[in-house]
Design a protein around this ligand. Sequence first.
Ligand SMILES: *[C@@H]1O[C@H](CO)[C@@H](O)[C@H](O)[C@H]1NC(C)=O
Ligand SMILES: *[C@@H]1O[C@H](CO)[C@@H](O)[C@H](O)[C@H]1NC(C)=O
Ligand SMILES: *[C@@H]1O[C@H](CO)[C@@H](O)[C@H](O)[C@H]1NC(C)=O
Ligand SMILES: *[C@@H]1O[C@H](CO)[C@@H](O)[C@H](O)[C@H]1NC(C)=O
Length: 356
Amino acid sequence: MKLFDRFITLLLSISIASAKSTSSVIIPPTTSNGPTHIELIASSNMLNTPKITNIHPIMYGQAWTFDAISSKDPSYSILAVFFDSPEYSSTNNTLSVLVYVQAGPDKLYTVASKFAEYAELNTHGNGTSGVWKGTGCSFSASDDMSTVTIDFTDPFEITGSVVLNAVAPPHYPCSPAEIGASMEFLPHFGWDNALPDAKTTVDLKVNGTEVKFEDGIGYQDLSWADISYEDALESYSWGHGKLGPYSIVWFVGEGSDGTQKASGYVSKDGELLSTPCSGVTVETEAAEPNSTIGPIQSFTVEIPFENQVIVARLIVNNILINAGNLVHGTGIISGGVKDGRIEYSGSAAFEHLTSA
Ligand SMILES: *[C@@H]1O[C@H](CO)[C@@H](O)[C@H](O)[C@H]1NC(C)=O
Ligand SMILES: *[C@@H]1O[C@H](CO)[C@@H](O)[C@H](O)[C@H]1NC(C)=O
Ligand SMILES: *[C@@H]1O[C@H](CO)[C@@H](O)[C@H](O)[C@H]1NC(C)=O
Ligand SMILES: *[C@@H]1O[C@H](CO)[C@@H](O)[C@H](O)[C@H]1NC(C)=O
């Protein structure tokens, strides 16, 4: 009876909260055996609210991913992932934060959080803020999602902040971010991209070394699945970058059941031009076997928009992760509108999983 009362109180507080367009969710550090609920059709403009509840031990769960690359020098970058995922956390714990900071060609720092007591996600307007309690890691968003700030503090081994100021509108795999749109990238796997491009300031301290850049090309997305990552994604190629006035994102993948999806995104000066799921191609060129920059040398990406096509080539020059079949890195991207006169170049990040 007591439990039931608490349940009613909880329901009441959720409905009162949603009337004010404010909601609060506490995520425990443990997996659950209760019925899992996953959201794959957008029911609101809040892209960063939790999309899955009751995560079982063999599930990917959900992850809020942030990254930023210096536009002058792609060997300065950061990748931060806030996990609610038993597959990416330690034994019997679903909550962790993993951060990679590259501070020049040969300086890579990798830091994983210690035990999180719980995660608390608070949503005001369209912005969701998250605290991974006890880890020293959190992020906070403005109501209109124009600014998201990541904060690291003691006991985390990195301290400081990353401030992302949105310069491009959000999107779902094959559409603008509109209520009722599908967020399903592949069966059982959802993806949304609240910040496809953001002007980003990084001000961090790692082991006494300061890592600062103000010209970052930032990004944030949320991915989630109610099956294991391995079962959801057989292989994929993801990346984002900036070419002059254009912000681009690509995510092409194949599920373990053979389903394929190729999603692209183009915006120009902050205006959304295209979110196609057809005509998007990503070609990979393997590196020489003696390469010191991992297995891939370059990517060639094509994304159609308004009867035109963006063509971009990313030359890999820094690797943050090279583990098994997975590579994550940064590089220089160059290209523009196909057959156009102006070629742009900038910085980009990519991640690539080769099928096992
Ligand atoms: C993890 O959970 C399993 C099953 O509930 C249990 O048998 C095991 O002892 C737990 N391990 C730790 C380190 O708590
Ligand atoms: C900081 O330096 C210490 C001592 O060299 C090392 O053990 C530790 O792993 C370093 N931390 C990071 C985040 O690289
Ligand atoms: C949330 O997003 C919707 C759709 O883009 C917009 O109309 C609304 O003004 C946003 N709310 C806030 C608080 O910015
Ligand atoms: C790698 O091998 C190619 C030929 O296969 C050679 O041209 C190149 O110089 C080598 N690079 C390095 C870094 O050894």
